[in-house]
Design a protein around this ligand. Structure first.
Ligand SMILES: NC(=O)c1ccc[n+]([C@@H]2O[C@H](COP(=O)([O-])OP(=O)(O)OC[C@H]3O[C@@H](n4cnc5c(N)ncnc54)[C@H](OP(=O)(O)O)[C@@H]3O)[C@@H](O)[C@H]2O)c1
Length: 316
């Protein structure tokens, strides 16, 4: 099968097209014929070797964790999926080795879900990693609810595009940070107010509108942005980060709770997200489609940090 592989850590130039053996499904696995794969920041972080201490890995590595395509075969313990079914999955496995930048990928059936009929493969490939991250952060960790006021950092990104919509579904009031060029986009997703973080302090912008502080911050940027975010929270507020692990001391100093989320594969939650997509309550992020062979260019764009929505690689 055709695939993109890396033989060592390094810059985008280490990504190369290759012909490699196709995998077969283990007894609990689904073999997916990949139509489209999503590009995520974690892909270039792995390629650079930044996460080599975090994930066991073995070269050559096929990058990529998001797959949308059709079931090609199933293992003998797998029920509920048939050849030809349209499915998507967040394909993170115990070892970084056989990813989704390829014509075929296998994944445990518990992580796989059907793609709603009204969603195409490219749109579906935007959802698993980013959607599960937003879901697990807002609903499982932050326990977002009706009337909560939330600041979502990087609302125009892959995770942010879905987090804004999930927060609105939960009945929250959403502030988000994005450059002015993305304000029409984030408000079209439901954000109540957009703050251009390059032009004004997000702390002042939020405090001006909400002098008593807000309930939640969703941190998809980290560093200084995380540290400053405590200043917009009211006492008893919550900060959830998907970037660096927040300091417990800092959180205690502000009288807030702070936690970190690392997304896990979950086919059940993907079905729930699918139900929202199916009834049009949530729409896929804006997307730009590139060819699988353009993986290096796609990762460079991702690494530059200003993709609106998602980049998707078309495999077939
Ligand atoms: N822990 C986990 O499980 C997990 C899961 C998914 C992602 N992540 C991490 O979370 C981060 C976001 O992921 P993603 O997929 O959403 O990334 P992404 O799609 O690449 O995010 C790009 C967006 O970030 C915005 N942005 C860049 N700098 C910003 C800043 N200083 N303030 C506000 N917005 C800014 C850009 O908007 P503008 O062009 O308007 O600036 C752009 O639209 C990444 O570091 C990723 O690795 C972690």
């Amino acid at each position: 099968m055709k695939a993109i592989v890396i033989d060592s850590f390094g810059g985008p130039e280490v990504l190369r097209a290759a012909d490699v053996p196709a995998p077969g499904p283990g007894e609990n696995e689904v073999l997916i014929e990949v139509a489209c794969t999503g590009v995520n920041p974690v892909d270039w972080k792995i390629r650079e070797g930044m996460l080599s201490g975090m994930f066991p890995h073995e070269f050559p590595i096929i990058p990529g964790w998001d797959a949308a395509g059709r079931v090609k075969a199933v293992g003998r313990n797998v029920k509920g999926f048939r050849d030809g079914d349209r499915v998507y999955a967040y394909c993170r496995k115990p070892k970084v080795k056989d990813g989704t930048y390829a014509e075929f990928v296998t994944m445990d059936h518990a992580a796989v879900a059907p793609i709603p009929e009204n969603v195409g493969f490219a749109e579906a490939a935007c959802i698993p990693l980013a959607g599960l991250t937003a879901w697990q952060s807002l609903f499982d960790a932050a326990k977002i609810g009706e009337g909560d006021k939330i600041l979502i950092h990087a609302g125009a990104g892959g995770v942010g595009s879905l987090a804004i919509q999930f927060a609105k579904q939960a009945g929250a009031k959403v502030y988000t940070t994005a450059r002015t060029a993305n304000h029409a986009y984030v408000t079209s997703l439901g954000a109540d107010a957009a703050i251009d973080y390059t032009k004004e302090s997000f702390v002042e912008a939020v405090r001006k509108r909400e002098p008593g502080g807000i309930d939640l911050v969703y941190d998809a940027v980290g560093g200084d942005v995380q540290t400053k975010s405590y200043e917009v929270l009211k006492e008893g507020g919550r900060l959830v980060s998907i970037v660096n692990v927040p300091s417990k001391e800092e959180a205690r100093r502000y009288g807030v709770e702070a936690s970190h989320v690392f997304v896990t594969p979950d086919g059940g939650q993907l079905r729930r997200i699918g139900a929202l997509l199916e009834r049009g309550a949530v729409r896929p992020p804006a997307l730009e489609e590139m060819r699988l062979e353009e993986a290096a260019g796609a990762q460079k764009r991702s690494q530059a940090g200003h993709v609106r929505g998602k980049i998707v690689l078309k495999v077939r």
